[in-house]
Design a protein around this ligand. Structure first.
Ligand code: ADP
Length: 399
């Protein structure tokens, strides 16, 4: 049986996993998720990608990631003995701080650096670390950490610094880092292969529009600006995150509503964005309601698109108009015909023009959707963060 690499993505209350073949085909063998970790109603969805066989375990008690991983391990064992072929584990880690700018073999010093970045990612890094420790105990093979931030380590200082007292950067590492790095890496490689050119010769503006949303400007294969900041809260409007707001909002919420810092953080991360504006967070639902005439849903869509176009303008300027392609990826970017259409509306003067017939095509593969006279290509490129983590894990281990 061929060897495989296990990818683990340990969130605050979930554990996503996927198993990939080690050979060139990089086939996904199975994937699944443990949800509701730490609650009495945990459940596991497990899907064998080969035979389509699904398993759903409900009403189990998974009080922490260690127990969750043990359950996953049992499922992998039952599923055609998959556990015995794993030769590496790749972990998604949200924040590498300034120390970890490349995927790294997990060692004590790497774990220490992930721990040190906890103040910058209090919602994510502790869970990532717990997943790493649980996997180290259970699965005796090399473990690799792949960071969401590392793709953006090429940002120039004028793009990553906040105009705050310089001492705060030095003391706390308070600067912009950017996220969705594994997705950008994957989509960049895929886009370059679609255009049949080396990525080092290409400039892109990539829109990763999912529940979490961000954009990146890429010059000659390297990221020069991105919308997320020290945390994933900055930038675009997202499913439940506000994106950019005037920091003065904090003081007003504290003094007028008596909210604590924790409550304000919750409001900005979980109760804002599309959800805060219209009560729905799934773009499909938001769009349908807008089309049916709901004003608040229409406004939510308009704000979402307006923010994307604001950064699109900025990134066109950063790249001095020399852009090979505008790329759409992730749940909304890959699937929403009208959002792509609205983002590109009326940009002929900037060299961006869609072929609406191509935009409307119901396809799953990477493709071009610009019109024949568009100077800048417009691409739809499906992302696969887990596959990218598997590939990067193998690169670190030189397998
Ligand atoms: P994440 O990985 O950040 O959870 P995804 O990239 O999986 O997000 O995107 C999920 C989101 O994509 C959903 O919340 C939904 O808003 C959006 N989405 C998925 N399919 C469509 C579609 N056909 N049209 C519009 N939006 C879609």
């Amino acid at each position: 049986m061929t060897k495989s690499v296990l990818v683990l993505n340990s969130g605050s209350s979930s554990l996503k996993y996927a198993l990939y073949n080690l050979d060139k085909s990089a086939k996904c063998l199975l994937r699944g998720v443990v949800e509701g970790i730490g609650t009495p109603k945990s459940l596991i969805f497990h899907k064998n990608a080969q035979d389509g066989c699904n398993v759903k375990l409900e009403g189990i008690n998974v009080s922490n990631h260690r127990i969750g991983l043990n359950k996953v391990w049992e499922l992998l064992h039952v599923d055609r003995g998959s556990s015995s072929n794993i030769c590496a584990v790749g972990h998604r880690v949200a924040h590498g701080g300034e120390a970890l700018t490349k995927p790294a073999l997990v060692t004590d010093s790497v774990k220490k650096a992930i721990e040190e970045a906890v103040p910058l990612a209090p919602l994510h890094n502790p869970a990532n670390l717990e997943g790493i420790k649980a996997a180290e105990e259970l699965i005796k093979c090399p473990q690799v950490a792949v960071f969401d931030t590392s793709f953006h380590s090429t940002l120039p200082p004028y793009a990553y610094m906040y105009a705050l007292p310089l001492t705060l950067y030095k003391e706390l590492g308070l600067r912009r880092y950017g996220f969705h790095g594994t997705s950008y890496q994957f989509v960049l490689d895929e886009s370059a292969s679609l255009l049949r050119k080396s990525k080092d010769s290409l400039n892109f503006i990539i829109c990763h529009l999912g529940a979490g949303a961000s954009m990146a400007a890429i010059r000659e294969g390297k990221c020069i600006d991105t919308t997320m900041g020290v945390t994933p809260l900055e930038g675009l409007v997202m499913a439940t995150r506000s994106g950019d707001v005037d920091p003065g909002v904090f003081q007003i919420l504290a003094s007028e509503k008596g909210l604590s810092t924790q409550e304000i953080s919750r409001l900005l991360n979980k109760e804002s964005g599309l959800y805060g504006l219209c009560g729905d967070k799934d773009m499909r639902v938001v769009w349908d309601a807008a089309k049916a005439g709901s004003e608040k849903h229409k406004l939510a869509v308009d704000i979402f698109v307006h923010r994307i176009r604001k950064y699109l303008g900025a990134y066109l300027v950063h790249l001095k108009g020399k852009v090979d392609a505008l790329v759409f990826t992730a749940g909304i970017g890959e699937n929403s015909v009208p959002i792509r259409s609205m983002v590109c509306q009326g940009l002929d003067a900037f060299g961006i023009s869609l072929d609406e017939k191509k935009n409307n095509q119901d396809a799953k593969e990477k493709r071009e959707i610009q019109s024949a006279d568009s100077k800048i290509k417009v691409l739809v490129v499906p992302t696969d963060e887990e596959l990218c983590i598997a590939q990067q894990t193998l690169q670190v281990l030189r397998i």
